[in-house]
Design a protein around this ligand. Structure first.
Ligand code: ATP
Length: 361
């Protein structure tokens, strides 16, 4: 089931100030995909999620869930949350500590007053799905954080929602468990073929989990795309920088040769860039991800190669995080952990023009 949002506005008033949490949001969330709202703290992600669920009444706009209009300011429609057919998993585990696993998962069905046998069957299916068979009698407090989050997922799924929404569900888990649970969640949701809306400010979580990512800033959607498109070819400096570490090198398109551009940059000329239809004379930033910057002891002038000095190298296990200076420009790089470089070394710095892109906004 898809979700369509038109011109949604939500304004808060606090301490005499007006806060535009949602600033004319237009958005289509496609059916049966994992759709992530990503953005810095305070950009409006949770407000948008709460408006979709019906926990928040927008000031203006419309929301459709499938063909049903669940909110319209103009038509004075507000369908209450319990009638929207949505499931929700929150940041805090939100499972009841005084109940065992079975009762926690059964709760939404008990409030619907379903027959006991039917409840048992549906709970057992949901627990099987999240791989918690045999845990029915375990008190909720005697589960690990990851297991508690799976109980929360089973409880959201047992009511057979049309859409499931997640508000930073993994942020209370430690780093290793978060990685495992994220993988599990992606496989659960992909198997279910359900529309999932996921809110996070963690870029790695968004990249790893999503089919589509919408990046938000100051109450607006600034870009929507598949994870690889957003990472390798985003449309704006803000998104490029937010979604990963980015070296933004300032310059101007000096010449075009078919699809290729010569870019006069602050570190020197960069040749054979994809021109991206940017005209000659246009100022822009070249975005180069740290993992695409190569360092080499061989200073023989290769294509797009510049002399740089290693300013810092920090060992983080799988790599070194390095900083290398070319003139006034400091670039961050990811260096192979077996590389024999030292701080202060003068090296050749190069990158493949196919692995960079230009940004004009
Ligand atoms: P986070 O990642 O920190 O949870 P978010 O992107 O989910 O942030 P929201 O919680 O949607 O952001 O908040 C958007 C803006 O609206 C923020 O500036 C926030 O301070 C403000 N805001 C949210 N709820 C209220 C409220 N009840 N009263 C006043 N201001 C609010």
């Amino acid at each position: 089931m898809d979700i369509r949002i038109h011109d949604l506005v939500r304004t808060y008033y606090s301490e005499g100030k007006q806060i535009r949490a949602l600033d004319h949001v237009d958005l289509t969330i496609p059916a049966n995909r994992i759709f992530t709202l990503l953005g810095p703290s305070g950009c409006g992600k949770t407000t948008l999620l709460r408006c979709i669920v019906g926990l928040e009444a927008p000031d203006d706009g419309e929301i459709y869930i499938g063909d049903e209009l669940v909110f319209s300011k103009a038509k004075n429609i507000f369908v209450p949350p319990e009638q929207r057919g949505l499931g929700m998993v929150f940041q805090t585990y939100a499972i009841w500590p005084h109940m065992n696993v079975f009762d926690n998962v059964a709760y939404p069905l008990q409030t619907q007053k379903l027959a006991k046998e039917k409840i048992r069957e549906r709970v057992s299916q949901a627990l099987k799905f999240v791989q918690l068979e045999g845990f029915e009698k375990r008190p909720a407090t005697k589960l690990s954080g990851g297991q508690q989050q799976r109980v929360a997922l089973a409880r959201a799924l047992v009511a057979e929602p049309k859409v499931i929404l997640f508000d930073e569900p993994l942020s209370n888990l430690d780093a290793k468990l978060r990685e495992e649970t994220r993988k599990e969640l992606r496989s659960f949701l992909t198997e279910l073929q359900i529309t999932a809306i996921y809110v996070t400010h963690d870029r790695i979580e968004a990249l790893a989990l999503s089919d589509l990512i919408a990046v938000m800033r100051s109450g607006r959607i600034v870009e929507i795309g598949e994870p690889k498109k957003i990472y390798f070819n985003s449309d704006s400096q803000f998104v490029a920088d937010f979604i990963g570490r980015a070296n933004l090198i300032k310059g101007k398109v000096e010449r075009l040769d078919g699809d290729h551009a010569l870019f006069a940059s602050e570190i020197g000329p960069v040749r054979d860039l994809n021109s991206q239809d940017i005209p000659v004379g246009q100022e822009a930033y070249l975005c180069v991800r740290p993992e695409f910057i190569r360092l080499s002891k061989d200073l023989e002038g290769a294509h797009n190669s510049y002399n740089g000095k290693v300013e810092s190298l920090i060992f983080i296990g799988e790599a070194y995080e390095g900083e290398v200076r070319i003139g006034e420009t400091l670039l961050t790089t990811t260096v192979d952990p077996t590389a024999d470089f030292r701080e202060g070394d003068t090296l050749a710095v190069s990158f493949d023009p196919d692995h960079c892109f230009l940004l004009t906004t």
